[in-house]
Design a binder for this molecule. Structure first.
Ligand code: CTP
Length: 401
């Protein structure tokens, strides 16, 4: 599969740069044609001579000719290489280069080429765990992912700093597999699967202008719908009132209240294989709503609001699920795991996604989230702070086990 593939390898300045030599050697052995571009910082970790010997081609470090006697053709080689490549792989990708890619900065040969390429871009972030977990880095990775850049996630383990956690470059085999899967086309593992997603808040009417609601932005549910559609699923999105654009290829149904959402979910769920309830459905609604706006100048003084419980949509789905996969959400501010486990069992779910809106980076309306996913088998997967789009992919990964 890699035979005669043209792979442009960009190396940035992290300690894992030395591992690039093994990648080049292996890719060559498998018949690929490799060109290497390095940042100046990368040359602190591994020499261009090593890489040019292994790749059997000149290694590019500078955008500019080494001397004025060199050919002026060098001025466009980042464009030429961008057109030449079947795939550009940046390995390791430092936090600095990831930030530049996210903002489109082109201040060296590598980042200029990354802006010129027409073929897929795959990056392998590798750095110290705190740099990797930093909201800035996670946000930038999220931006790249939304733009269609492929990410080879770092592994967890001992790091060069002596700390232990996520940030380590994966071993050779997972790197080769990822290159192959990107070359084979974007992941389409949800083709033929119908996914129903709910998102956003619900508004429960007090009168024609007032409501009881909550602060959900709908971003998590919309990210799930978008990611599922990109992975080939047929997606129906039932959304409460939000200010978000419908993701491409997604069929959207707008609702206002919990009762309306319940009605639409009941109508839709049978057609779907997977149901993901990301909506923050109001648990209570006014027992009755006024037909006309309640005036403050009436004889009865300040009105009292009597609440009643809304339908638990997820519980209904859990009870009627048959062979469907049902994923719920738990918004918890304390005893997260125990409360979520109780919900998972009570509502007969396959997975429950736990998040805590009081945690840094996971607030309502934010673009990032730190989630844990608890399965009915009792296993829990913990994730660092990441973009909601990336979290959406983690949630979708549960579908195929
Ligand atoms: N949910 C639902 N219908 C409701 C309330 C919640 O379908 N009326 C779904 C949400 O979409 C979410 C999950 O249930 O996937 C968790 O909701 P939450 O309100 O956190 O849990 P509750 O069981 O209502 O428990 P509590 O309010 O006590 O935390």
């Amino acid at each position: 599969m890699l035979k005669n593939k043209k792979i442009l390898l960009g190396i940035t300045g992290g300690i894992a740069a030395y591992k690039a030599a093994y990648i080049v050697r292996e890719l060559k052995r498998l018949g690929a044609d490799i060109r290497v571009i390095m940042t100046h910082s990368a040359t602190q970790f591994i020499t261009p001579l090593t890489l040019s010997t292994l790749s059997q081609h000149e290694v590019i470090v500078s955008l500019w000719p080494e001397s004025t006697h060199e050919s002026t053709d060098l001025g466009v080689r980042h464009v030429d290489l961008g057109l030449w490549a079947d795939l550009m792989l940046i390995l390791p990708a430092t936090a600095n280069t990831i930030a530049k890619l996210a903002t489109g900065i082109a201040d060296n040969a590598l980042t200029s080429t990354a802006l010129s390429i027409r073929s897929p871009l795959l990056i392998a972030p590798a750095m110290d765990l705190d740099m990797y977990r930093h909201p800035a880095t996670q946000h930038n990775i999220g931006i790249l992912q939304e733009r269609g850049v492929h990410i080879l996630e770092p592994e967890s383990g001992d790091l060069a700093s002596g700390l232990s956690g996520p940030g380590r470059l994966p071993e050779l085999q997972p790197i080769l597999e990822k290159i192959e899967s990107v070359l084979a086309g974007t992941k389409k593992d949800l083709e033929g699967i119908q996914v129903l997603v709910t998102a956003g808040p619900t508004y429960e009417k007090i009168d024609p202008v007032r409501f009881v609601g909550n602060r959900s932005s709908g971003k998590m549910g919309f990210a799930i719908a978008k990611a599922a559609a990109q992975r080939g699923a047929e997606v129906t999105l039932i959304s409460g009132p939000v200010l978000l654009e419908t993701p491409q290829g997604v069929q959207r149904i707008d609702v206002d209240s919990a009762a309306e959402m319940f009605q639409k979910v009941q109508r839709e769920y049978e057609k779907h294989h997977v149901i993901i309830m990301a909506a923050a459905v109001a648990d209570f609604r006014p027992a009755s709503s006024a037909k006309q706006k309640i005036k403050k100048t009436n004889d009865r003084g300040v009105p009292e609001l009597k609440l009643e419980q809304t339908e638990d949509i997820l519980r209904f789905i859990g009870e009627h699920k048959d062979s469907r996969t049902v994923i719920g959400f738990a918004l918890e501010t304390e005893n997260e795991i125990d409360n979520a486990r109780e919900k998972l069992e009570k509502k007969k779910l396959d997975y429950i996604v736990i998040n805590n809106p009081t945690e840094e980076g996971s607030a309502f309306g934010s673009d990032t989230n730190r989630i844990n996913i608890l399965g009915k088998n009792g296993k829990i997967k913990e994730y660092p702070l990441m973009s909601k789009f990336e979290a959406a992919h983690k949630i979708l990964d549960c579908i195929n086990g």
